[in-house]
Design a protein around this ligand. Structure first.
Ligand code: CA
Length: 234
């Protein structure tokens, strides 16, 4: 499967250069002109990116802020900052804001592709290590959550999950029978947010129910605890 890259750069010429070269090398690329747009795309697509390339100087919120927000939302996303030669100090700041690497402008297509490729590989290795540490499978009644393949099996039949759906289920499974607060799900899966953002939890729960409940309108496993959150019942 193609690796997914989010590119955030306000200068059209540089953005096009980056996007064209990544696509030429088989990457699946989404582009954003501002930090706000990049964060929106990241949320809309449920964080399903391997790497984000962030320009430092952006018209609205700056690249370092975008970097911090993305890092709060995802431990596994690879983040590369695009910096100008004069911004040495900013590189250091970028790395302490959660970036994994930086590329200095001007850069060649081969340098860019090499950095993105190598970070994709590291990200995969890290994610694998993370899941192995957690053990391979969590069981809840007829359901088995496969921590390696990121899917759930219902009576032996695999059901595909998005990363976010998987993360929510993993929380519910590890706390089976106990209330999991929406705020805690928001914190753990999205890295935080206000009460207003808790709606995104409900939307994902609704989709999860469609996938795994016999009757999503009368859920038997993902139980709503009114005003609080959800509870997994086997
Ligand atoms: Ca810029």
């Amino acid at each position: 499967m193609a690796k997914r890259v989010l590119v955030c750069e306000d200068e059209a010429a540089i953005r096009d250069f980056v996007v064209i070269n990544l696509r030429k090398n088989g990457f699946d690329v989404r582009e954003a002109e501002t930090g706000e747009a990049a964060l929106r795309i990241f949320m809309e697509e449920e964080g399903r990116f391997h790497v984000a390339l962030l320009d430092l100087m952006l018209p609205g919120i700056d690249g370092l802020t975008v970097c911090r927000e993305l890092r709060r939302a995802s431990d596994t996303l690879g983040i590369i900052m695009l910096t100008a030669r004069s911004q040495e100090a900013d590189k250091i700041k970028g790395l302490s804001s959660g970036a994994d690497d930086y590329v200095t402008k001007p850069f060649s297509p081969s340098e860019l592709v090499a950095r993105v490729t190598s970070l994709c590989r590291r990200v995969e290795v890290n994610a694998d290590a993370l899941h192995q540490k957690a053990g391979d499978r969590l069981t809840g009644g007829d359901y088995v959550l496969d921590l390696r393949r990121h899917c759930i099996e219902k009576k032996g039949v695999p059901i595909e999950l998005t990363q976010v759906e998987f993360d929510i289920l993993e929380m519910l499974f590890s706390n089976a029978g106990r209330l999991v607060e929406r705020a805690d799900i928001l914190q753990r899966v999205w890295g935080g947010g206000s009460a207003r953002d808790e709606k995104v939890v409900d939307v994902n729960i609704r989709r999860l129910r469609m996938k795994i409940e016999d009757d999503p309108g009368e859920p038997e496993h993902i139980i709503t605890v009114w005003g609080r959150g959800y509870r997994w019942q086997s």
